[in-house]
Design a binder for this molecule. Structure first.
Ligand code: SF4
Length: 64
């Protein structure tokens, strides 16, 4: 499982970075998933789920 950002939707608000700094980084004003993020960590996974919920433009999703 991976985390995906819809770059067309993302407005670069930074909320996902604040919530899950191990998973997201802002690059050129758009959030980008960090490849090495450990999604097997329940703590990290919960943070991603929260970021998905609060992203104002629903730009974050899980992909297989
Ligand atoms: S919370 Fe959503 S809109 Fe804001 S930076 Fe993250 S992906 Fe982009």
């Amino acid at each position: 499982m991976k985390v995906k950002i819809n770059e067309t939707k993302c407005i670069g608000c930074g909320v996902c970075v604040d919530i899950a700094e191990k998973v997201f980084v802002l690059k050129d004003g758009i959030s980008e998933p960090i490849e090495s993020a450990d999604l097997n960590s329940s703590e990290v996974l919960e943070a991603v789920k929260m970021a998905i919920e609060v992203c104002p433009v629903q730009a974050i999703s899980f992909v297989k």
